[in-house]
Design a protein around this ligand. Sequence first.
Ligand code: ADP
Ligand code: MG
Length: 480
Amino acid sequence: MSRSDWQVDIGLELHVQLLTNSKIFSGASTQFGASPNSQACAVDLGLPGVLPVVNEAVYEKAVTFGLGIGAIINKRSVFDRKNYFYPDSPKGYQITQLNYPIVEGGKIEISLKKGKTKIVNVTRAHLEEDAGKSIHDQFHGQTGIDLNRAGTPLLEIVSEPEMKSSEEAVAYAKYMHQLVTYLGVSDGEMSQGSLRCDANVSVRRLDDETLGIRTETKNLNSFRFLERAIEFEIDRQITALESGESIQQETRLYDSIRDETRPMRSKETATDYRYFPEPDLLPVEIDDEYIDIIRKQMPELTEHKSERFMVEYDLNNADAKLLASDTALADYFEEVTGISGDSKLSANWIRVELMARLNRDSISIKGSPIPATETGYLISLIKNQSISGKIAKTVFEALWQGESSAQKYIEDNNLTQVSDSKELEPLIDSILANNPKQVEQYRAGKTKLMGFFVGQIMKETKGKANPQQVNELLNQKLNL
Ligand code: ADP
Ligand code: MG
């Protein structure tokens, strides 16, 4: 098998659980972890005589997401019935959106290795209800059904088949995970099923212009499984095609214990589901005003923020991206800069001094033992030359170790930089007097000795002398 003879095409369908208190068409709770079947009401079960009512919160979330990826928000969207029988779906159908989804188009930019980026287009995102859960491992010879999940609101985000490797697919899924969490569209708890991924994978010869036949591996609930399932499928499909077999369009399951995918069922087509418009729900119509209100409530998106950081604070691309990548970190940076008055120096200190320590000790920025006010104050002292960068590092470490006030620590330890020439001059005079040989050599042209004199003075003052001031005074005295 030779992968280099083949190209890979991947499209992802992400099922994102929306962060709402109640279900998409009923008032039943969506709280995770309740005892089985305690949160499924008559509407979720589709009992006769009950009618679904759309939970407005799901529209707010879906529109927020659509705006977040620059998509078209459809002013009129329609719910459809997708008919199929499955034990954990007692209604015998799922309510979803087929031809008129709430969100269409949009795109995101994913980050890849070596600083590369790539645009991936989104086809659509539609609202639908989740099914219940079959539990196979709790009752001997029997399957348990927990319908708590039935009717939980989902946004299904469908990508174009534009990803070319498992790396790109994982980068896409991670980006979406971060985005929906950031926007408050979902809690993003993957261990609780809040984001599940179906991977559509096909392969084709390098010179083939049309896409190959795909398989769809369902319900991948971690980035690792997503990667492994795609890798397995790529190898399996290439091996099959190279030995003259054909690929069946089918739905497969990933078995994480054996690290392989297995066929689940042959692929249904839309006609198998006998879709028709949901007769119990009206089409949903929204207007520009509604969309505008949501737009105004949205937090600033990471991309906008990192661009703003470049323009407003003159940061380079890498620093801007890094600091904007997390809301709490971005807030910290803005607060520090506000106090210190020097954005570049602040970015540098946060990246080099603070983040290195946070990463080392696995602490999040929110748990930073050094508040932004102290970091900002410390940097302001460097900027106005009250202390040197080196001393600032000592103070920073003390703050990290639990010291609460930079100002107090500097006073207690008498660390303020000496830039008073009245204090420095006698010191410099005595050092020059004690090193006549070096003074002579300097005056004879060995100007490199400047460093030696500065070093001596720094040693005497324990690093507190203002280096610029020392340089000036030395220049005056040596170049007489
Ligand atoms: P369905 O609704 O039957 O799953 P769609 O046409 O909506 O089918 O496609 C679902 C996903 O499969 C999309 O993400 C799409 O990009 C992807 N896809 C479609 N054809 C291919 C293919 N040949 N190879 C890889 N992915 C594909
Ligand atoms: Mg599908």
